[in-house]
Design a protein around this ligand. Structure first.
Ligand SMILES: [Zn+2]
Length: 213
């Protein structure tokens, strides 16, 4: 699939990176033309992100097919933000070989056991990254776990409080703030897609759905 990847529009995007670590990874990928997730240099350049499963016998089975590491730009509110990607370059589920498919569930089991997880979310990005919000066009999963910490007033800066006051004034029905933000975000996405020469709209989960218990 590597050739196909180059034909689409390169290995990934630097502008999608949320932290300097990931921006550096993507800059290197763009310059070398190598996919960062299956680069033979992954261990050398990002070895400190990798999670050690040497105490898990199951990892002997899957380690050749899947790589697991801590996302260096973990999402806020997470205790774990773990990345899982095939060691071979694949972009779609249908590209996986049978042993890679079956090993995948072992990988997730190993991660769950290692960190004693009893709750989490698994998000998969596959196919063309211009439609799935991925930074790297290589089949991968984000395993995201809440840190379960309450959000207290001292976790806000004065600037953030001021910003929230402005947002609440801008939005007319404050009790439905997440629905209004969804509408606003959808408008921003549509407007930006139009401004960028008629791009497709990125698909996002709705804030108002995510907030439901
Ligand atoms: Zn790759």
């Amino acid at each position: 699939m590597a050739k196909n990847l180059q034909e689409r529009d390169g290995v990934g995007r630097v502008d999608g990176a949320r932290t300097p670590e990931v921006a550096a990874l993507m800059q290197d990928a763009v310059e070398s033309g190598e996919c960062p997730f299956c680069s033979p240099r992954f261990e050398e350049t990002n070895g400190e992100w990798l999670i050690d499963f040497s105490d898990d016998p199951a990892s002997v089975v899957w380690a050749g097919n899947w790589r697991v590491w801590h996302n260096p730009s973990s999402l806020p509110g997470t205790s774990h933000h773990i990345m899982v990607a095939s060691t071979s370059h694949h972009t779609d589920f249908t590209d996986l070989f049978r042993n890679e498919e079956t090993d995948f569930f072992m990988v997730i089991g190993s991660v769950i056991k290692k960190f004693g997880l009893d709750s989490g979310s698994l998000l998969c990005r596959f196919g063309e990254r211009r439609y799935n919000s991925a930074t790297v066009e290589h089949l991968h999963m984000h395993l995201i776990v809440s840190d379960r910490k309450p959000v207290l007033p001292e976790s806000f800066t004065e600037h953030e409080i001021e910003l929230m006051r402005s947002i609440e004034m801008l939005l007319p029905h404050q009790e439905n703030i997440l629905e209004e933000l969804d509408e606003l975000r959808e408008l921003i996405d549509r407007y930006r897609a139009m401004k960028q020469g008629g791009k497709a709209i990125p698909i996002r989960a709705k804030l108002s759905n995510e907030s439901q218990e």
